[in-house]
Design a protein around this ligand. Structure first.
Ligand code: ADP
Ligand code: ZN
Length: 217
């Protein structure tokens, strides 16, 4: 399966991608995760991306496209992939379409994570990530002290870009630059929407039903 997960920051793409990756046995590519890994190692790509990420702005297309095309050529992509956080602009979507077409490939589906802005702000400002295992939690539903990971006892931290003023800007950027992709993929007949305001298990059930219609087991 070749899937794109499309949705605003905080809509649950990363959580669902982790579940889907297990089920489908295919590669999960999160452009945000790749930037954060580069930032941690202070690579040139990470340092360049930081200035944009800190403001909640998009990293320029040329930079993203160079990075993603390298990743798409890696051998594990042959079994299919889940793209999470890419494409985020029409230019990125056009690039992906021709990159795949040149290789006789195409997307199977684009899953739209549908949810309103207020729910997103509430979720993002309560989001915590485990420094050790990378699991994502929400303080509102987390069973625990909010400082240590229920799965591995690792330290939970808040992403820098989950600060409220940055969240507002990320949502604005989503509406301005990424929302047009909903129409774009809709016209191509690739789009299926999921109610992303539901609990993760319910959203996962809906996604599984969509994938079944697309022939996934
Ligand atoms: P979220 O979806 O929660 O905003 P991500 O982890 O997907 O978070 O992305 C974090 C940041 O990384 C974005 O705000 C942006 O600066 C940068 N980024 C990630 N993916 C892309 C992309 N496809 N194009 C441009 N910038 C990106
Ligand atoms: Zn953990």
């Amino acid at each position: 399966m070749r899937l794109v997960l499309l949705g605003a920051p905080g809509s649950g793409k990363g959580t669902q991608a982790a579940l889907l990756k297990e089920r489908l046995g295919c590669a999960h590519v999160s452009t945000g995760d790749i930037f954060r890994k580069n930032l941690k190692k202070e690579t040139p790509l990470g340092l360049l991306a930081r200035s944009y990420m800190d403001k909640g702005a998009l990293v320029p297309d040329e930079v993203v496209l160079k990075m993603v095309s390298g990743r798409l050529l890696e051998p594990d992509m042959k079994a299919g992939f889940l793209l999470d956080g890419f494409p985020r602009t029409i230019a990125q979507a056009e690039f992906l379409e021709s990159f795949l077409a040149e290789r006789g490939q195409a997307l199977d589906a684009v899953i739209l994570f549908d949810i309103g802005d207020e729910a997103l702000v509430r979720r993002l400002s309560n989001r915590r990530t485990c420094r050790s295992c990378g699991a994502i939690f929400n303080l509102l539903t987390l069973d625990g002290d909010g400082h240590s990971c229920p799965a591995c006892s690792g330290e939970l931290y808040q992403r820098d870009d989950d600060e409220e003023s940055v969240i507002r800007n990320r949502l604005k950027v989503f509406h301005d630059q990424t929302q047009p992709l909903i129409d774009w993929y809709g016209k191509k007949g690739l789009l299926s929407a999921v109610d992303a305001s539901q609990a993760p298990e319910a959203a996962y059930g809906d996604i599984a039903a969509i994938l079944k219609r697309h022939g996934a087991s």
